[in-house]
Design a binder for this molecule. Structure first.
Ligand SMILES: [Zn+2]
Length: 128
């Protein structure tokens, strides 16, 4: 199906609504998704502010309330479509996605109530 809304940067999306470019970690360049692995989706999701240094394994990012509502995402339907990705520990029924190599993030959002939906925020990643 054709997405009803277009991203701020239309050059990132092909006619079928998929990502034209590879999705990379902004900090270390680790490859998160290959071109075509995800579909553009609009949804308001609250992601905690980006951590400056890796602290994911220690306390899961901790402090709530400090974050951004992000609307443009790459929607991935199968966890095995990721090249590399890490997860924070559960915060309620939500896991946040982080870079598998340097733990920069959160770069995305996953709800345990919907096992087949992984969201990666366009603003939180690089495109190549
Ligand atoms: Zn990284």
């Amino acid at each position: 199906s054709v997405p009803s809304r277009r991203p701020s940067n239309p050059w990132l999306v092909c006619a079928q609504g998929r990502n034209l470019k590879a999705v990379l970690c902004q900090r270390c360049g680790s490859r998160v998704l290959l071109p075509g692995a995800a579909t553009f989706a609009c949804r308001e999701l609250l992601l905690p502010a980006m951590r400056k240094k890796a602290a994911a394994t220690a306390d899961g990012g901790g402090g709530e309330g400090d974050g951004d509502v992000l609307r443009e995402h790459w929607l991935v339907r199968d966890m095995f479509s990721f090249e590399n990705v890490g997860f924070t520990r559960d915060v309620g029924n939500v896991k946040f996605l982080v870079c598998a190599d340097c733990e920069a993030g959160p770069i995305g959002w996953h709800c345990l109530d919907d096992k087949d939906s992984f969201y990666v925020a366009l603003e939180r990643v690089a495109h190549e």
